[in-house]
Design a protein around this ligand. Structure first.
Ligand code: ATP
Length: 309
């Protein structure tokens, strides 16, 4: 369950773009965007069956996003088209060299409510995942109960917080942490969640709240904490061209092994591999769309060949 929107990626912007200055980009790409949708796309592209629940506008952008998800075989019967006049959300991405400015125009994603979520369909899966809880404002009060119901019905569950620029995770995050089996986050999010400046201290604090904590560390790889024990995986050396969607791709790789009940080390290694694959192409899904490229990359870097389905 999560947000489904388009990414508008602008090119040709000076690296030292000052604040409050009008500038003409030299080009743009409009592509499938948003954390949850990138995760769903890349997980399905790798060969795991995925059903996606979201809300879009009745417009061409929404159709473009759905077409891209349909191409990789995702069940889209849970995607609702808004009738309130809201459009599909768009995220504007300004790829500056040192930092990346991201502006989200949420559109229909702010409207998704519990009436849009088919609990029985979700419960027919083996695993339930939700990303970016702060973007689902209307759904927020119901999120802990959705997680609880999934647990009651025997699914394993995971949450990726994603960064909340307004720090509005509020009480709902604390509550979901007491229910979810897995928590994915990066180091900045971890620090915010723990309210501590020190990454190691933050990790230890949050790891004590969830059965399994997975922390993404960019080109340095990732680590997992379970039962007080930490496992690390080093980043894979690649020619990184675009970090957008690396974290979502990591989650996809991890869950691809998790639903196959692979050992934690394999889940972590495959997440790391999928994250590295993602950064080798521009946009969150391009490296996964190209099946020949994807398969060649995964096979070339994967030690535990037995786990490739
Ligand atoms: P985003 O929010 O942009 O999706 P994130 O901040 O949640 O990303 P990152 O830590 O940037 O996540 O990246 C996720 C994973 O992808 C890393 O843990 C690592 O496995 C892989 N990865 C990211 N950047 C690189 C890189 N430059 N080289 C190799 N692997 C990378």
């Amino acid at each position: 369950v999560g947000e489904l929107n388009a990414d508008l990626i602008l090119y040709g912007i000076p690296r030292d773009l000052p604040e409050e200055r009008e500038i003409l980009a030299s080009g743009f790409t409009m592509t499938l965007g948003s954390s949850s949708a990138i995760l769903a796309h890349n997980l399905s592209a790798m060969g795991t069956r995925v059903s996606f629940t979201s809300r879009i506008g009745p417009d061409a952008l929404g159709e473009m996003c759905c077409r891209r998800l349909h191409e990789v075989g995702i069940d889209l019967s849970g995607v609702v088209r808004s009738t309130t006049g809201s459009s599909t959300g768009v995220t504007l991405i300004l790829p500056l060299t040192d930092t990346r400015r991201i502006l989200t125009y949420p559109g229909a994603m702010f409207e998704m409510g519990i009436e849009d979520v088919d609990i029985d369909r979700l419960a027919s899966a083996r695993h339930f995942h939700m990303s970016s809880i702060f973007l689902h404002r209307k759904l927020t009060p119901d999120i802990p109960e959705i997680f609880r119901e999934m647990k009651r019905r025997g699914l394993s569950t995971s949450l990726d917080t994603n960064d909340d620029p307004e720090n509005k995770w509020a009480g709902v995050l604390e509550e979901v942490l007491t229910i979810t089996d897995l928590l994915f986050c990066n180091e900045e999010e971890l620090i915010k969640i723990a309210g501590k400046d020190d990454v190691e201290a933050a990790m230890a604090q949050v790891a004590a709240k969830v059965p399994l904590l997975i922390v993404k560390r960019g080109s340095r790889g990732a680590c997992a904490w379970r039962n007080g024990k930490r496992i690390d995986v080093d980043g894979i050396r690649v020619n990184a061209v675009d970090p957008v969607g690396a974290g979502d791709s990591f989650d996809a790789g991890f869950l691809h092994q998790w639903v196959r009940q692979a050992p934690l080390e394999s889940c972590l290694a495959y997440g790391n591999l999928a994250g590295a694959l993602s950064v080798t192409r521009s946009g969150g899904t391009e490296a996964f769309r190209d099946a020949a490229y994807r398969e060649q990359f995964l096979a070339a870097h994967w030690r535990d060949k037995a786990l490739i389905p």
